[in-house]
Design a protein around this ligand. Structure first.
Ligand code: DC
Length: 632
């Protein structure tokens, strides 16, 4: 799977509505499944967790009809499910726990199972509580861990739930309670973790008209049928953490729509208070919550027991702050999608931050941030958090970026929308002989923009190697670091010397593929190119091989020019007066080298517009690109 480079030097600004809360969605869906009548639920987030829940309630007998993206009609079972089914919850913890509770109210046997990681996540405390209410629970593999077979019904009365590992056990019991034989008084152990999630459960029950009485150590949930509802799921505060932290670390200003600080019970709203203590300004506005970042965040000490998911984003804020931070109350992070404390420690260290994870704490000492390829551990929150770090430091690549699909499939596009490149970039990539140079010059002229030829940087690096006799390996990057590479109005200079002609010799052309394949050389040249664009301050046209994929992945317009090798060879031969057959052989060899190298191989960006210029005139290509830029 491909890593995703994050373009740096961006500021988070504007407004955004994160996907609906999966915590709310996965509470209202099992309630809709048990209701009498047809519920209409909108604002559902598009992710694996909710999809598993929808599949699960359908397996238990609810009729689920998708009416629009994020909107479903659920015709309820009007009571406990029949059971006698098997549910694969995948990696979704809430689906596992909440459907185990719901299924345990029915008299048929239901088996719930999931991924290998799910099989390592404990569920024994929920089984204990359900058994004490009369359900029969079996663990066919390992006692206390999925797979789990449940069979009801459950009685009402009293139950105490050990919620020291996960508050979801208590939520599962409360969501199942309307289907018990009589009212159920649920007492929560006093070492409950993530308590605000229980409020979300109470709210969901109340939305469906289920009577809930509050007492000192828990709640009493009324048994009996309840009616279907029409409701919109509020945005996810756990998702809102990322735009907020993004604005906090980039001195930005972002409005997260659809959330109300005064009434929301979502656990991760707690992140706001910590960011305020770090120096951010938070304002409630009529349509959402605005966060404005300070010049620089300050380190902080905070107990994050109540907002464990948000701690990953806060760890990134702490990594960008002045002074150390200490977060406690994080023991539950060790039993999430991955051991998140270990994952944070490993990856923070990789990017140059001093990080020490204790049994339930994380100490962070900011350091000089450095480029790194960040592993995600198949954890969406790791991917989203470290992507933010990429906004403020060069060279962050997120491995396995697709794991964000768990809760926010369009995360990277949405991030680009609120953190656009500071300069509007038209990226024109493609192999040699596709007309890139002529086309990019004409496009820049037509748009009145500056143009950057990045190939000139690799040619200049090659010239340095040839002049100094430096070996073509990582050490060459050190030699390059002692020279200044500047590009101005089509003129390439090394330490002030105009080398525009010297970099076009056959000798340089023959050597440049090897030089441009060295990762350390590329890192240096990419820095120089980004500096040039940042310094230009206006819209630019950048021509190269990896502009849309690596140098400016957030470019607004990405074009990938291509042409048949024989056409490209004929164009080259006409230009330099060489033999077309020899030219074609050279072109094929260079294509092979450029596209098979390990670092930044030549390929179109996923979102590039691919244009085959074989049968087009230069004017046609230029017109097409200019029209596209003007209309986008
Ligand atoms: O565009 P050109 O032929 O002047 O480029 C010279 C070489 O530099 C080419 O072999 C590929 C390499 N190059 C690169 O690897 N990445 C870029 N962004 C631009 C050029």
């Amino acid at each position: 799977m491909r890593g995703r480079p994050i373009e740096t030097g961006r500021v988070v600004r504007g407004r955004i509505r994160p996907p609906g809360s999966k915590s709310i969605a996965n509470r209202v869906l099992p309630l809709a499944a048990g209701a009498e009548g047809t519920s209409e639920i909108s604002g559902l987030p598009d992710g694996d967790d909710v999809r598993r829940m929808l599949e699960g309630i359908a397996a238990l007998g609810a009729v689920v009809q998708q009416v629009a993206p994020g909107s479903v009609r659920v015709t309820g079972i009007a009571g406990p499910p029949a059971g006698d089914t098997r549910i694969d919850v995948g990696a979704s913890g809430t689906t596992m726990r909440f459907l185990a509770g719901f299924a345990a109210t029915g008299s048929g046997a239901t088996v719930l199972d999931g991924t290998q990681r799910m099989r390592e996540r404990p569920i024994g405390h929920l089984a204990d509580a359900l058994r004490s209410l009369g359900a029969s629970i079996d663990f066919p593999a390992v006692p206390g861990f999925p797979p789990m077979a449940v069979r009801g019904p459950i009685e009402g009365g009293r139950v105490t739930v050990d919620a020291s590992v996960s508050s979801q056990y208590a939520s599962a019991i409360m969501l199942a309670a309307p289907h018990a034989r009589s009212d159920l008084e649920v007492t929560i152990s006093d070492d409950v973790v993530s308590a605000p999630y229980l409020e979300a459960t109470v709210e969901a029950l109340q939305c469906f008209g289920v009577p809930v009485g509050r007492h000192e150590t828990g709640w009493t949930v009324g048994a009996g049928s309840y009616r279907a509802q029409r409701l919109a799921v509020a945005p996810d505060a756990s998702g809102a953490v990322y735009p907020w932290v993004g604005a906090a670390i980039t001195s930005g200003n972002v409005l997260v729509e659809g959330l109300d600080r005064r009434t929301s019970t979502q656990a991760d709203m707690g992140v706001l208070e910590v960011l305020e203590r770090m120096g951010a300004t938070v304002t409630q506005e009529p349509d959402g919550i605005r966060l404005e970042g300070p010049g620089r965040l300050q380190g902080v000490e905070a107990d994050l027991t109540a907002c464990p998911d948000g701690s990953l984003g806060l760890a990134i804020a702490a990594a960008c702050a002045i002074g150390p931070s200490r977060f406690t109350g994080l023991g539950t992070l060790r039993v999430k999608e991955t051991d998140r404390l270990d994952a944070l420690e490993n990856e923070l260290r990789k990017v140059g931050v001093g990080a020490t994870a204790g049994p339930d704490s994380l100490d962070i000492h900011p350091g000089d941030l450095r480029p790194a390829s960040v592993a995600t551990y198949d954890d969406h929150r790791m991917a989203m958090s470290f992507a933010l770090l990429g906004l403020v430091t060069d060279g962050i690549v997120i491995e396995d970026p697709d794991c964000v699909s768990k809760t926010w499939p369009s995360f990277f596009t949405d991030l680009d929308a609120i953190a656009p490149p500071s300069v509007d970039v038209v990226a024109i990539d493609g192999p040699a002989g596709t007309g890139k140079t002529t086309v990019s010059k004409a496009v820049a002229d037509a748009l009145g923009r500056l143009r950057l030829d990045t190939g000139a940087f690799y040619r200049a690096a090659t010239l340095v190697a040839q002049r100094t006799g430096a070996a073509v390996d990582a050490g060459l990057a050190d030699e390059l670091a002692s020279h200044a590479f500047t590009y101005d109005d089509g003129v390439m200079r090394i330490d002030g010397e105009d080398v525009s002609a010297a970099i076009r010799t056959a000798e340089v052309t023959a050597g440049v593929s090897a030089v441009s394949a060295v990762a350390e050389v590329r890192a240096r040249m990419v820095d120089a190119q980004r500096d040039w664009v940042r310094g230009s301050g206006v819209g630019v046209v950048v021509e190269g091989r990896d502009i849309g994929t690596v140098v400016f992945p957030g470019a607004r317009t990405k074009v990938y020019l291509n042409a048949r090798p024989d056409v490209r060879a004929a164009r080259r031969a006409a230009e330099v007066g060489s033999d077309p057959a020899e030219e074609e052989a050279r072109i094929r060899r260079r294509d092979e080298l450029d596209s098979s190298r390990e670092t930044s191989p030549l390929r179109p960006a996923d979102d590039a517009w691919e244009l085959d210029t074989s049968d087009l005139t230069i004017e046609q290509v230029v017109d097409a690109i200019v029209t596209r830029v003007r209309s986008s």
